[in-house]
Design a protein around this ligand. Structure first.
Ligand code: CA2
Length: 149
């Protein structure tokens, strides 16, 4: 049984679909997770999707991914712009790391242009709404060596 792709989401993303739909879209995180599962299934893989508002919890999950995941997709949300600790955890991973964002932070406020997580990412997908997660899962599956079944 192949290991799953971990799909982690950071603070406030549990509120998706309820506020600021003009920036983040109308999909809920549950909708996006379901679409990630379908994408992974096409590669014979599964996803393990989790969300936390807590930096330490996200770091614990990144550490868990060292042994338990074949790849990691992460939308670090606000922590991407602030958390050296999350970057340090991600740098310990030997598996592919795909950073994703619903919006395109580079086209927004200046403080969103620096994303520490990008320093540990194999690649970044931004600006496609919930589809950013799906594209990241697809890239992660390919980088993990899976082929479309
Ligand atoms: O575009 C993204 O995915 C972001 O990671 C979202 C973060 C933001 O700080 C990053 O710069 C870009 C914010 C997530 C906030 O989530 C909300 C969800 C629903 C309503 C309001 C906020």
């Amino acid at each position: 049984m192949p290991k799953p792709i971990f799909v982690l989401s950071g603070p406030n993303l549990n509120l998706l679909g309820q506020r600021e739909p003009e920036i983040y879209g109308r999909d809920t995180l549950a909708d996006i997770h379901a679409r990630c599962a379908t994408r992974a299934q096409a590669f014979g893989l599964t996803v393990d999707c989790r969300q936390s508002n807590h930096e330490g919890v996200l770091i614990d999950w990144v550490q868990e991914a060292r042994e338990s995941a074949c790849a990691l997709v992460i939308n670090p949300a606000g922590y991407g712009h602030t958390s050296v600790a999350l970057l340090d955890a991600l740098k310990t991973l030997a598996i592919p790391v795909l950073e994703c964002h619903l919006s395109n932070p580079a086209a927004r406020e200046a403080f969103r242009k620096t994303t520490y997580v990008s320093l540990a990412a194999t690649g970044v997908v931004s600006g496609f709404g919930g589809t950013s997660y799906e594209l990241a899962v697809e890239a992660a599956a390919g980088l993990a060596g899976a082929t479309r079944s």
